[in-house]
Design a protein around this ligand. Structure first.
Ligand code: F0G
Length: 430
């Protein structure tokens, strides 16, 4: 169907066939063709500038989610008609700058939007507050997702808050320790599948259809609405003066899609007058989208994925069409970097005192690569998104600093001693 006159405040629209569905339709995909849906908003009756002022006034202002959450502050652009909001709160993440990381990247101004500062330690909370709010609104009796770990941890937490049973489906042996531990602790029913993420996603899509469980992967368009606020919030932090580039790791491509939509709407609604270029960075062993970009997106590739950055170990990304639009509309770039480059960037971010999980460091590795290639100029302003917290993947850290033989460059092993002050003197070389 298509709405004729009198559109509601928000509705869902299929990117493939143009079919339109009510905002409260529970199907995570288009009912006509199975394509990806997008949420559309009629737009507020405000003059340019008024919307910015409203977002600014709310910051730390009124009680309730609009004042406390870095997602619901932007509610006009996220879910204007939301009533019973399930919020931790989330968002309000810092924009960080460290000269050592400028030097690492070879550029004068790289700032880091650190999404690891969200309540469960990743950007997923921004999509999940909206996704679970929607689940409650449509009367879902259970929620589910496939995940490389972070989505699972976030869903588990928000479902617990909403008192909804949660099912998370993850690849056995390939989820970082911190993430798996979170899912268990928050009480999600956790299934370890003997397969990879792509198998998990196929499985959970089928299960949600057959068993009537509400699917909260990023194919769900409400997740995308929440994740848009990473961009809205960073633009607000920069006083709506956009950077030249926004760089992020890319796996299932939900976040890249969200960033593209945020920029499209921010310009259409008069928040910014210039659109930054988006850069999606994949790991070389999991780079179907980078390969396709190099061929002008003529072919949709799928690969058997392998990388140390388990969060983005994805071979057949789901949000493909939305992400192609994001790259095309922003004159963006997609590239792949090696695991060695990801780990070198992570070591630099960790040693700067900021810290992040492996997949997050792909963004800095991507910046360094583009500077080396001359695609990014030393005078340009860059925001790199760090998607997850250092403690998500302690296993990789202990392996690097404590266990690996011979000790790798920059390893900082712990030293066991007797309870004797002379031992400390010895360690300090006195
Ligand atoms: N960074 C981290 C830390 C992630 O957890 C993910 C995705 C990405 C980047 C990539 O984002 O998929 O939107 O392109 N993690 C998903 C999960 C797949 O299940 O937690 P994307």
């Amino acid at each position: 169907m298509r709405f004729s006159t009198d559109r509601p405040v928000s509705w869902q629209s299929c990117l493939a066939c143009g079919n339109e569905q009510l905002e409260t339709d529970a199907s995570p995909r288009c009912r006509a063709c199975g394509g990806l849906l997008e949420v559309r908003h009629r737009g507020p009756a405000l003059r340019t500038g008024e919307l910015r002022d409203r977002f600014t006034d709310r910051r730390g202002g009124p009680r309730g989610p609009a004042g406390s959450s870095g997602v619901w502050r932007f509610r006009e652009m996220v879910m204007p008609s939301a009533q019973r909001i399930v919020s931790h709160p989330e968002g309000n993440t810092p924009l960080l700058h460290r000269p050592a990381l400028d030097r690492f990247a070879g550029i004068a101004d790289v700032q880091f939007k650190h999404e690891g500062h969200n309540p469960t330690g990743s950007f997923k909370d921004r999509g999940m507050t909206v996704g679970v709010t929607q689940a409650v609104r449509i009367g879902a009796t259970a929620v589910a997702c496939a995940s490389t770990g972070n989505t699972a941890a976030s869903l588990a937490s928000y479902a617990a808050q909403a008192a909804l049973p949660a099912l998370v489906v993850v690849p056995a042996g390939n989820v970082a320790m911190g993430k798996l531990a979170q899912s268990l602790a928050y009480g999600a029913r956790t299934l370890l599948v003997r397969g990879d993420f792509d198998d998990c996603l196929r499985l959970v899509e089928e299960a949600s259809e057959r068993l009537g469980v509400y699917l909260l992967n990023s194919v769900n368009p409400f997740r995308i609405e929440g994740q848009k606020t990473i961009v809205l919030e960073l633009l607000q932090q920069l006083a709506w003066d956009p950077p030249d580039w926004i760089v992020l790791p890319a796996g299932n491509l939900g976040n890249l899609s969200a960033f593209g939509k945020a920029l499209r709407e921010a310009r259409a609604w008069g928040l910014i007058s210039r659109v930054p270029r988006l850069v999606g960075v994949q790991a070389e062993g999991a780079a179907p989208f980078a390969r396709s970009f190099a061929e002008d997106f003529r072919v949709r590739h799928a690969v058997k994925a392998e990388t140390v950055a388990t969060a983005i170990r994805i071979g057949a990304p789901a949000s493909w069409e939305r992400a192609v639009a994001a790259i095309r509309e922003t004159n963006g770039i997609v590239l792949a970097v090696s695991d060695d480059r990801i780990l070198a960037a992570k070591a630099a971010i960790d040693a700067s005192g900021i810290g992040c999980e492996p997949a997050s460091a792909a963004s800095l590795a991507g910046v360094k690569r583009l500077v080396e290639d001359g695609a990014m100029l030393p005078g340009e302003r860059v925001v790199a998104v760090l998607t997850g917290h250092l403690l998500k993947d302690p296993g990789i850290l202990l392996d690097y600093h404590r266990d690996r033989r011979p000790a790798p460059h920059g390893a900082n092993p712990p030293i066991e001693i007797e309870p004797d002050v002379r031992e400390i003197a010895r360690v300090l070389g006195r």
